[in-house]
Every structure is written in structure tokens, then in C-alpha cells.
Design a protein around this ligand. Structure first.
Ligand code: NAD
Length: 508
């Protein structure tokens, strides 16, 4: 006989697609787990979309594009302003969803939403951003002008580490420019995208302009191959970025594919070493090192080395690790069990290859959260460029320290890395900083700023294996990516002024 106390199997919540202004399960029976990284529990399932689901989203977005491209700029801007207000009013809700699925601490999740919001605010200026050019009287009675038009249906494929901010690098600008959008978020933390979709709808965006299809490789491949999608923005690891760039380009699409990173902080002996240690610690271990702009390698120049390593050790050892919802926690867990094991394996590997373990966060247990995916801060010194722990992007709370004799040697190390996302120099010398900024083959540079993420009114993007394609995201590059230009040469002759058509270019 069953009793009310009998254990009941509670089905986890299912995160569905958002197509045409409504939540829908789509036609695929495949589901993926959504973990709570702080507890290790499977808290939800996410629908893993099929090619048919992508097709439905693209058909819906195509239909919506017909009307949306003609919506006046001022009306689009009003919707953007309303969306801005709604996102601002839901910062806490979005942050809590991010923390529950990603694991980062709530204060950090709020910061991510704020940085996304700045792109929405930039996109509110779309009437100004889309102004064309005009040249009066380029020939007798002839004017020339150019203007930009949207591409059509565009897609975004995004990583787990910023489930609100990275999609917001894309959709506010794409939509403001008159495109319709299909987002394929990370399957590891998919829920924030549903709230974002609801906020767009409440802001007055017509149904079908912003759509979300969840999934993994199957959905991604369907996006890359779909003839109805004009452009793809991707952010994720380098292997997948390269693949996305090649496959979508082959299908004739415009592509920007941002990849992984190994961001170096070069510390010169004339730097304020306490300041450098404070900021590098925050940049290495914030969000458990799972930021594309995290500092993951320090290059200590000359006598800065030993002093700096001790200062880094002191600070890293003092970091409070705990569940993201705990106000006292400064660093949460990593995103999955595999990520936890991967970081541990790199510490092991670095040790075997001869690095000095200064701080070992493996085996950290957080009371009451023993099954969570926690790794404490790890610090390896005397790391060599040939070591795997240096060459690979670890994407966890693991900082490695290399030693260099001179600034030139340090710049050589930065430039030999296949990655070129971000880098920072800590110095008291303007001359050294200027040499550094001019010489490094890296897209985003900090001078005594460890995480130099450009503001929304600049563009974000790396060099080398950190970006495939020629346009960075947001800022004016984002507007350029999501539009194409038309150049018009116009004449309005009076009947008596009609000029005979000739086969040669006119010379007056
Ligand atoms: P990921 O490459 O595993 O996943 C990114 C997206 O690609 C996800 O939507 C995922 O579903 C999809 N994907 C994964 N495997 C695929 C496959 N085999 N075929 C097709 N699609 C696939 O990246 P992640 O682990 O979610 O995110 C972390 C990575 O993203 C890190 O490498 C980090 O440096 C990078 N990142 C870069 C930037 C940047 O601006 N350059 C910003 C954020 C994150």
C-alpha cells in the first residue's frame, strides 16, 4: 500500500525552446542534464533540439523578418529602451538563474547581467548608429549616398560561462539593426535565455523576432548548414570556433567565431606588486577561472618573481570557496564534474612535468556541499612553455607562473601563444606599457588592468586562435556585422536635362 510518505519520483523541470513567442518542446525526444554545480544534483533537463526544431525556428524568424525589417528605427529604439528597463528590473532574477546553473557567485552573476545590459544600452542608439553617408553633387546633378540594411535571420551559438552576457553581445544589436534572431545557448545553463525571451516579449518585440533553440552538436550543425540563416555569431572553445567558422563559411554565411584563450599578465619589477597580486588573484580565480578573459598565466619579469609568487599564494589561499548563493563565498564551483576532473588532471600533469606546486586546491571539500563540483585555487610556479598545463586552456581556478628575464622575453612568450584574446601588463613605466601595447599580438590589452573587457561602445575580440572571421562583437563592428551596405548614385534630371547614356564612365 502506498503512503504519502513513500518516496515519489519527481520529474525534473524541462527547459524548452522558445519559438514564435511561446515555449515549445519541439519534436526531439533527446534531453540533456542541467546540473546544480554547488550540490552535484541534476536539477532540470533541457530539450536537445533536432534539425527540424531549427528549421521551425528559422521559418518563424523568416516570417517575422518580413515585417520587422520595415519597423521604423524610432519604434525599434523604443522597444530596446523598454527591454533595457525590464532587464534592469530583473537583474536579480537573471543572476539567481545563472548562479543556480553555472555556479558563479551571485554578485559576479549580477555583474555579468550588467555588462550585457550595457550592450542593450548601446543598441538603444540604433537610429544614430545606422546613419548612412551622403555626398552632394559628386557629378553634375548627381548625388551619392550609402545606407545599411539587415541581413535577415541571424544566429548566435554561445558558451556556458556567460549565459546572459555573451548572447547579449549579439541579439540586442542584431535585432536593433532589423534582423530576426535564433539563439542556441549552452545546454549546460539554458534557463536564463527563457527569461530573456519573455522580457523581449514584454518589451513589445513582435513574436518570432527572438527565438531560442536548445541543443548540442545536432542543433549547431543544423544552424551552420541552414540556407535560411544569413550569419552566425559563435563564442566558445577554439576547436569548435574553428569548426563553426569553416562549416558556416562553406555554407555561404557571414561568420564571426570567438574562441578560447590563455591570457597572460606580465609583471615588471617596477610594478606595485601588492596591487598586481590583488588584481591578478581576482582575475585568475573569479568565476572559478571560467572567464574567457581570466588571467591564467603570469609572466614574472626579473626579480619580481619570488616576491610576486608569495603574494599570489597568500591571496589565493585566503579565497572563500562555497556555493554561489552564499554571500560569504568569493568563488563558486566549476560547471560540471568533468570540469572538476579536468582541472585536477592538469595540476597532476604540471607536477609530473616539473612545475612547483605552490597551492593545490584539489580535494577541497565544502561542508554541506560534498557532492558539488568544487576545486580550490591552484597555483603552479616555474612553469615552462613546453608544459601541457601552459599550452592548453584549462578553464578553471588554476594559475601558472612563468619567469622571464626581460620585457622583450615576456612579449616573446605572449606572442608565441596561439591564443590572442586578452593580456595585461603591470608596470610603473609608461614607456614599457607603450612598448607592450604596440608589440603584443593580442586583441585586448590592459595596462595595470587585469581583465580589459572593452565597454559596449568599443568592440570585443581577440587575435589568432581566439577569433576566426574579421569582425569583433558589439560596438560599431557588431553593427557592421549584422548589416550590409548599399551605395546609391542618383540623378533626378529635368526632361530637358536628360543626358545620353554612354558606355564610358562620365568624366565631369
Ligand atoms: P564549447 O566550445 O564547448 O561550447 C560552445 C557552444 O558550442 C555551445 O553552445 C555548445 O553547445 C556548442 N558545441 C559544443 N561542442 C560542439 C560540437 N562538437 N559541435 C558543434 N557545437 C558544439 O565552449 P564552452 O565550454 O561552453 O565555453 C567555454 C569556452 O568558451 C572556453 O574555451 C572560453 O575561452 C570560450 N569563450 C570565449 C570567449 C571569447 O570572447 N573569446 C567568451 C566566452 C567563452
Amino acid at each position: 500500500m502506498s503512503t504519502t510518505n513513500e518516496a515519489r519520483v519527481v520529474e525534473p523541470r524541462t527547459v524548452e525552446h522558445w519559438i514564435g513567442g511561446a515555449s515549445t518542446p519541439g519534436g526531439s525526444s533527446r534531453r540533456g542534464p542541467v546540473w546544480n554545480p554547488a550540490t552535484g544534483a541534476r536539477q532540470a533537463d533541457v530539450v536537445l533540439g533536432s534539425a527540424a526544431d531549427v528549421d521551425l525556428a528559422v521559418a518563424t524568424a523568416t516570417k517575422a523578418f518580413a515585417a520587422w525589417q520595415d519597423v521604423p528605427l524610432t519604434r525599434r529604439a523604443k522597444i530596446l529602451f523598454a527591454f533595457r528597463e525590464l532587464v534592469n528590473a530583473h537583474v536579480d532574477d537573471l543572476a539567481r538563474i545563472v548562479t543556480a546553473e553555472h555556479g558563479k557567485v551571485v554578485s559576479d552573476a549580477k555583474g555579468e547581467v550588467q555588462r550585457g545590459l550595457e550592450v542593450v544600452e548601446f543598441a538603444c542608439g540604433i537610429p544614430h548608429l545606422l546613419k548612412g553617408e551622403f555626398s552632394d553633387q559628386v557629378s553634375t546633378g548627381v548625388d551619392a549616398y550609402s545606407f545599411r540594411q539587415p541581413l535577415g535571420v541571424v544566429a548566435g551559438i554561445t558558451p556556458f560561462n556567460f549565459p546572459v552576457m555573451v548572447p547579449m553581445w549579439m541579439h540586442p544589436i542584431a535585432i536593433a539593426c532589423g534582423n530576426t534572431f535564433v539563439l542556441k545557448p549552452s545546454e549546460r545553463d539554458p534557463s536564463a535565455s527563457t527569461l530573456v525571451a519573455e522580457l523581449w516579449q514584454r518589451a513589445g518585440l513582435p513574436d518570432g523576432v527572438f527565438n531560442v533553440v536548445h541543443g548540442d552538436k545536432e542543433a549547431v550543425d543544423a544552424v551552420l548548414d541552414h540556407p535560411g540563416i544569413a550569419a552566425v555569431s559563435f563564442v566558445g572553445s577554439t576547436t569548435i570556433a574553428r569548426y563553426v567558422h569553416e562549416r558556416a563559411s562553406r555554407a555561404g554565411k557571414r561568420v564571426q567565431a570567438l574562441g578560447g584563450a590563455k591570457n597572460h599578465a606580465v609583471v615588471l619589477p617596477d610594478a606595485d606588486l601588492d596591487f598586481a597580486a590583488d588584481h591578478i588573484t581576482a582575475a585568475a580565480y573569479g568565476s572559478a577561472g571560467q572567464r574567457c578573459m581570466a588571467i591564467s598565466a603570469v609572466v614574472a619579469v626579473g626579480e619580481a618573481g619570488d616576491v610576486l609568487v608569495e603574494k599570489l599564494r597568500e591571496r589565493a589561499a585566503a579565497i572563500q570557496v562555497g556555493p554561489g548563493v552564499d554571500d560569504a563565498a568569493e568563488m563558486g564551483p566549476v560547471v560540471t564534474r568533468q570540469a572538476q576532473e579536468r582541472v585536477a588532471a592538469y595540476v597532476e600533469n604540471g607536477t609530473e612535468e616539473g612545475a612547483t606546486v605552490v597551492l593545490d586546491g584539489r580535494g577541497l571539500r565544502v561542508a554541506g556541499h560534498e557532492d558539488g563540483f568544487f576545486v580550490g585555487p591552484c597555483l603552479l610556479d616555474r612553469v615552462d612553455p613546453a608544459m601541457k598545463v601552459y599550452q592548453d586552456e584549462v578553464f578553471g581556478p588554476l594559475l601558472v607562473v612563468l619567469r622571464a628575464d626581460t620585457l622583450d622575453d615576456a612579449i616573446g612568450l605572449v606572442n608565441a601563444s596561439p591564443y590572442g584574446n586578452g593580456t595585461a601588463v603591470f608596470t610603473g613605466s609608461g614607456e614599457a606599457a607603450r612598448t607592450f601595447q604596440r608589440s603584443v599580438t593580442v586583441g585586448m590589452i590592459g595596462i595595470n588592468v587585469p581583465i580589459p573587457v572593452p565597454m559596449a561602445f568599443y568592440s570585443f575580440g581577440g587575435w589568432k586562435d581566439s577569433l576566426f572571421g574579421d569582425r569583433h562583437v558589439h560596438g560599431s563592428e557588431g553593427v557592421g556585422f549584422y548589416t550590409r551596405a548599399k551605395a546609391v548614385t542618383a540623378r533626378w534630371p529635368h526632361i530637358e536635362q536628360v543626358v545620353d547614356a554612354t558606355l564610358h564612365f562620365p568624366s565631369t
